[in-house]
Design a protein around this ligand. Structure first.
Ligand SMILES: CC(C)(COP(=O)(O)OP(=O)(O)OC[C@H]1O[C@@H](n2cnc3c(N)ncnc32)[C@H](O)[C@@H]1OP(=O)(O)O)[C@@H](O)C(=O)NCCC(=O)NCCS
Length: 171
């Protein structure tokens, strides 16, 4: 029977090894040129991803590898270089002792939403079904279904349902 101190050391070693392997899988996924393999690698590291999801290259998921802390539903499209910040803290900076900056909250992107390149999604945010997030937006509040959001902080500029329908007759 191991004493509690040894058990703790073993637990710490296992969690360091797990973080190392998961970091490597995420690194490979960011550079993986075959989209379905990218999704498989991300799922292996704890991100919940539905069917027919497109996640482009160079996208980052900050979730401390907590399973399900980031959930992406069916049919979502994520452009390159998007950052999902589900966990946020200033690491070892003294600032962390001055006031409580630590934030951790589930990010949920609902069915069919589209996130433009360079967008940043803050902790605890839900992005509604069919919503559009413009390039380089910083999303700091929940986004309603079908809203079109742009800017820093992201603000609503329209509704997908009110946009003219796509004319496919000439294609
Ligand atoms: C948000 C977006 C969908 C809006 O497209 P749209 O409905 O055609 O809107 P418009 O281009 O007519 O722009 C409407 C207004 O929003 C502004 N706007 C558009 N995109 C913006 C953005 N990313 N950031 C800030 N403002 C933006 C425009 O300047 C315009 O402002 P104005 O009314 O004061 O002139 C589009 O601009 C966008 O960012 N798409 C994402 C592109 C992308 O990342 N693709 C990834 C490829 S995988």
């Amino acid at each position: 029977m191991l004493n509690p101190k040894k058990t703790n050391i073993i637990r710490n070693i296992i969690s360091i090894l797990k973080a190392g392997v998961f970091s490597l899988l995420r690194l490979i996924s960011r550079n993986m040129i075959i989209p379905p393999f990218r999704v498989i690698l991300l799922r292996l590291t704890g991100i919940k991803i539905g069917k027919l999801v497109m996640i482009n290259m160079d996208t980052r998921f900050l979730d401390d590898f907590i399973p399900g802390l980031i959930q992406i539903d069916d049919g979502v499209a994520v452009a390159p270089n998007v950052t999902f910040v589900a966990c946020s803290y200033p690491n070892r900076s003294f600032i962390g002792n001055l006031y409580d900056l630590e934030k951790r909250g589930k990010i949920h992107v609902k069915e069919g939403a589209w996130i433009g390149t360079g967008a940043v999604i803050n902790p605890g945010i839900t992005i509604g079904k069919g919503a559009v997030i413009g390039s380089n937006a910083v999303v700091t509040k929940n986004v309603e279904d079908f809203s079109i959001m742009v800017g820093v902080p992201a603000r609503k500029i329209g509704d997908v349902r009110k946009k003219p329908k796509r004319n496919l007759s000439g294609i």
